[in-house]
Write a protein that binds this ligand. Structure first.
Ligand code: FMN
Length: 164
């Protein structure tokens, strides 16, 4: 877990503002039970077996009250770094947006000006082994993404070029 958080800590951020915050809950502890309690039933059905749950938050407002427009982007990058580190260490991370956003505020919100940005759950290295259907089938299914060409935007032609 320390290596995962270290990877997140070194992520780049706008003006090096480092807006990410983490609440780590290991299975068996009270915080884990509380976090499990705010997950959607579908997520709860598999996340209960995770080694740890991590609530990820972004400070969208700085200490002087100024807005941090890149906070969610930056925090997503930190989570990406954390996830890659986890895979490199033989673990798995599964992001979850499916949790009760009203419940989280009074109970686990670290401080004002902070928004939760999705919580990854650490889980065993061989996902699917203990999952009930249809979740196991979802894990076995081929992963799908658009071809790269479908993601490419076309830049507008510059005026100089149009004149020529
Ligand atoms: C912000 C975010 C929220 C997500 N929320 C959930 C969730 O609540 N439950 C879940 O099972 N997966 C969740 N996922 C995982 C996505 O469903 C998954 O990445 C997507 O289906 C693609 O699957 P793959 O990465 O295995 O190819 C979430 C992913 C992200 C990035």
């Amino acid at each position: 877990m320390r290596a995962l958080l270290e990877a997140a800590r070194w992520a780049p951020s706008a003006n090096n503002s480092r807006p990410w915050r983490f609440l780590v809950a290991h299975r068996g502890g009270e915080a884990f039970t509380r976090l499990l309690g705010i997950l959607s039933p579908g997520n709860c059905s598999w996340a209960h077996a995770a080694s740890a749950l991590v609530l990820v938050a972004a400070q969208t407002v700085d200490d002087t009250g100024r807005s941090r427009p890149w906070a969610l982007f930056d925090t997503g990058q930190a989570v990406a770094a954390l996830s890659v580190q986890a895979e490199a260490d033989g673990c798995s991370v599964h992001p979850m947006g499916g949790f009760d956003t009203d419940a989280r505020a009074p109970r686990v919100r670290p401080r004002d000006g902070t928004d939760a940005a999705g919580g990854p759950g650490g889980r065993p290295a061989r996902p699917g082994a203990e999952l009930p259907e249809p979740l196991a089938a979802r894990e076995r299914a081929p992963r799908s993404r658009e071809p790269l060409e479908a993601l490419m935007l076309t830049a507008p032609e510059s005026p100089a070029r149009r004149v020529a």
